[in-house]
Ligand binder design. Structure first.
Ligand code: HEC
Length: 102
């Protein structure tokens, strides 16, 4: 019983610390360059897709989660939704950390 509780507490702690931790902008940059540049531009300045540079990380995370959840956002959601659906939560945070710093 004691062991179960300890395990549960460590899982909770790990989950909480992952959620609170800020994204890794360097990892975000790597992912951005390999995946997002063709549509959002090499500096996230916007091309086919909107400008992402300078948007607050929390906005980027919110929007990507909406696409991931299958929510219709703009008229070109059909282009972006499959991209967002291929991202993990960590990748989303890292990407948000990167583009918000541009
Ligand atoms: C195939 C082209 C394409 C690729 C690749 C792509 N996007 Fe998009 N993205 C779009 C389009 C088009 C929109 C606008 C969709 C709409 O109308 O809702 C968009 C919208 C967004 C938005 C919402 C912007 C806003 O202000 O409303 C975010 C955030 C975003 N993309 C992030 C990313 C990230 C991060 C990647 C790389 C993992 C990526 N996109 C890859 C085309 C793309």
């Amino acid at each position: 019983m004691k062991q179960t509780l300890t395990t549960l507490m460590s899982i909770t702690f790990l989950t909480l610390s992952t959620n609170v931790a800020a994204g890794d902008a360097t990892a975000g940059q790597t992912k951005f360059k390999s995946t997002c540049v063709p549509c959002h531009g090499s500096n996230a300045e916007g091309m086919v897709g909107p400008r992402l540079a300078g948007q607050p990380a929390s906005d980027i995370i919110f929007k990507l989660n909406e696409y991931r959840a299958g929510k219709q956002r703009g008229p070109m959601t059909y282009m972006m939704a499959p991209m967002a659906q291929g991202l993990t939560e960590t990748e989303i945070k890292n990407l948000a950390a990167y583009v918000s710093e541009l």
